[in-house]
Structure formats: C-alpha cells, structure tokens
Design a protein around this ligand. Structure first.
Ligand code: PLP
Length: 395
C-alpha cells in the first residue's frame, strides 16, 4: 500500500472511531465501491465478499438493474407515505405476493427485520386475542424491545433488559418442549427456520411439520422469521414450502435484509385469515412502502429471476459442498443454499481473520467453531475455486 493510500485509510478509520458510537467490532476495511461479489476499498484493494454485508447484498453489489430502478425512481418521487397510492408500491406488493407461497396473499411493508417481527407478533396477538409468543433457544429476531425479548440467544436478551412480557422459550428442534408451553395464552410460535447467528442450525423436517400441526390444533399463528433465509438465500424464494421444512407454509413470513438489495426495507407476508383481523390504523410506519424502497424491491426480485440466481445458488452450493470435502479440517457443513455454516474442529475466528488478510470476507457466529458464508446469490464456481485455494493455504 502506498503511504498516501495508507494515510487516507487511517484517516477514515480514525474519524469514524471518533464520531460514531463503537457498537460493532469492525474489520479494518474501508469499503468504497462494490460490483457483484466484489468489494473495493479506498486504497484499491479488492475483497471477495462471502458475507454480503450481513446477508443483504443478495443480488450482488450494485446490480445494474437495481441501481437503474433506484435512480429512475429517485428522479420522479423520493417519498410519499401510505396516505396516497403509488404505482411503485402496487408493483412491489404484487410482485412480492406473486413469488410467495399461495396462501400468503398480502404484504405489509416496514423498514427492517426487527420491525417486521414486531409487527408479525402484533398481528398474531390481534388475530388471536392472546398475548404470549413462543420463540426458541438460539433464535435471533432483532434488537427493538419486543423482538429482543423474543431472542433467546447468548447475551442479546440481556442487552434488552427489562424485557417486555409475553415471551416464552422452547428448545429448537424439540417438539415436546413446545407442547409443554403451548397453552391457551399463546398467540404465536415464531422461529428462524434456519438459526443463522446460532451457527446455522436446522431442525429435522418433521419438526416444522409438527409445529404446523400443533398450531392448527391450538389455533396458534405460525411465524417464520425469514429475514435471513428469505428472498432466494436457500436456493428457493423462501424456506417456507421447501422440502427441508417438509413443505410447511406458516401464517406469516417476515422479511428484510436481501429484499431491497441494500435499501432498508422489511415486510410481513400474511394469510387472508390473519389479514382479516387487521384494521385501519392497527399497524403503521412513516417510511414503510416508500417509493425508493419499493422500486428496489421490485428490481431485486426481477434481477433474481432474470439472472437465474435461484438455480445458480443450488448449483454452486452443490459444487462448494463437494469441494469442501477436500478439506479435512471442515468437519461439517450446515445450512442450505448460500446460508452455510462451515464447522471446524477448532475455533473459526482465526480462520475468519486469516481469510480477511487474504482479502476474503466471511462471517463468524455464536458458535465459536462455525464460520458463516452468506455470499451474494450471483457467486460462481470460479469464486468458489478462489475461496478454496485461499482457505487451504490459510489452514
Ligand atoms: C433472523 C433475523 N431476524 C431479524 C433480524 C433483525 O433485522 P434488522 O437488523 O434489519 O432489524 C436479523 C438481523 O440480523 C436476523 O438475522
């Protein structure tokens, strides 16, 4: 690195450290530009991004048609609230519902994953007239009061003290633990169908089916938090309806992250039955359904379709899994599609750091032995080859 470039880098880092609250442990990377699976830094380095900025960059960085749609919309109207109709909003809602499981027929737009989950829980409470929500050990649902109180993962719930009432814990994958607490006070069961932060944990397909049956028997609303698994990450649009989940479709799916390719947007997809309990003014948010976000949603969904990204995810996942068999230090590969947890015999953090030094961005998780990969859905086999070469050399 030239002395001048190194000064620019240090200057940016120093100013951010000085003026921004230090709430994240950051990588020493100053991201300036992105293209597909690559992130370019201010000093001219290029990183292979296998993390996608927390699973957000599903269409790849700066997908040309997403950028064009945002640019076009921003020249017309940046924002107007839900008090008026908008062609951009109508298109986004129609498109999102069209790719969703058939029973989910209405969308509610908000701004983030935590907000989507809070609204989903609220809708379940309104639909049932009950208060409690069962969530699972290892699940992460966001950082606002109700969502963090629904989060039974490591330190997170503690951060949200005092937790709000109305939350009950069960063990992920253990249907008896759910039955034991699913009494007449329970409005909803909410889960991350693949627990990402916990180390990419999945349950047996029969668990999802048993949950669905229990919800039907006891008139409980089933909510899938698909903030990470949704919008193509598993090689299908949603985990809901997939074979890995025994075809179960919940009453509500929550989404965010990939939905806007980087423009903040969240959504709840709901059944007619749930929708029938929601009246004017029951839910709301100023920015939800804003035109820029809506243009980004439509363009994101169309880009995934047009570029055949779902098929790509399935093919490249298979290739990656095959190639990982060559690496004896990888003892297991968890997850589906491009939500993968590489389990090592030992700690994953030094591997994450060594990869970063060799210009590959990956993620860690709450499980110290699991390295997470959440790359853009346009990752190709040649990128996997590069990753494998570097992984072997750092190991
Ligand atoms: C599964 C899941 N749900 C909810 C959230 C919260 O989303 P947001 O950070 O957009 O509020 C996250 C964020 O990481 C998540 O992974």
């Amino acid at each position: 690195m030239r002395a001048e470039e190194s000064t620019i880098l240090e200057n940016t880092i120093a100013r951010e450290e000085q003026f921004q609250l230090a709430t994240y442990k950051k990588m020493p990377v100053v991201a300036e530009r992105g293209e597909g699976v690559w992130v370019f830094t201010s000093n001219g380095d290029r990183y292979l991004d296998l993390y996608g900025g927390h699973a957000v960059a599903a269409t790849g960085h700066c997908h040309p048609s997403v950028v064009a749609a945002i640019r076009e919309q921003s020249a017309k109207l940046l924002f107007y609230s839900n008090l008026v109709y908008s062609e951009a909003r109508a298109r986004a809602a129609e498109k999102l519902v069209s790719i969703s499981p058939a029973s989910l027929t209405k969308a509610f737009f908000c701004n983030s994953g935590t907000e989507a989950n809070e609204n989903a829980m609220r809708m379940a409470r309104m639909a049932t007239g009950r208060e409690n929500v069962i969530t699972f050990s290892g699940g992460f649902h966001g950082r606002t009061a109700d969502a963090i109180s629904a989060t039974f993962l490591g330190k997170y719930r503690e951060i949200g003290k005092p937790n709000v009432p109305g939350h009950v814990r069960a063990e992920f994958g253990d249907i008896e633990s759910v039955r034991a607490v699913a009494d007449g006070s329970v409005a909803a069961i909410m889960l991350e169908p693949i627990q990402s932060m916990a180390g990419v944990r999945m349950a047996e397909p029969s668990f999802y089916r048993a949950l669905c049956k229990l919800c039907d028997e006891r008139q409980i609303v089933l909510i899938y938090d698909e903030v990470q698994t949704g919008i193509g990450r598993t090689g299908e649009w949603f985990f809901a309806g997939s074979k890995a989940g025994d075809g179960v479709v919940p009453d509500i799916i929550t989404l965010a992250k990939a939905l806007g390719s980087g423009i903040p947007v969240g959504a709840c997809l709901v059944t007619e039955e749930v929708a029938s309990h929601i009246k004017e003014n029951d839910l709301g948010t100023t920015f939800g359904g804003g035109m820029i976000a809506m243009a980004a949603v439509t363009a994101t969904l169309e880009a995934i379709e047009t570029d055949g990204m779902l098929v790509n995810v399935r093919e490249v996942e298979e290739y990656l899994r095959e190639r990982l068999k060559e690496v004896e230090q990888v003892v297991n590969v968890h997850g589906r599609g491009f939500l993968l947890g590489l389990e090592f015999a030992d700690k994953a953090k030094p591997i994450h750091e060594a990869l970063l030094e060799r210009k590959i961005i990956t993620g860690t998780s709450s499980d110290a032995k699991v390295l997470r990969l959440l790359p853009p859905l346009c990752l190709k086999k040649n990128h996997v080859d590069l990753f494998m070469e570097v992984l072997r050399s750092v190991l």
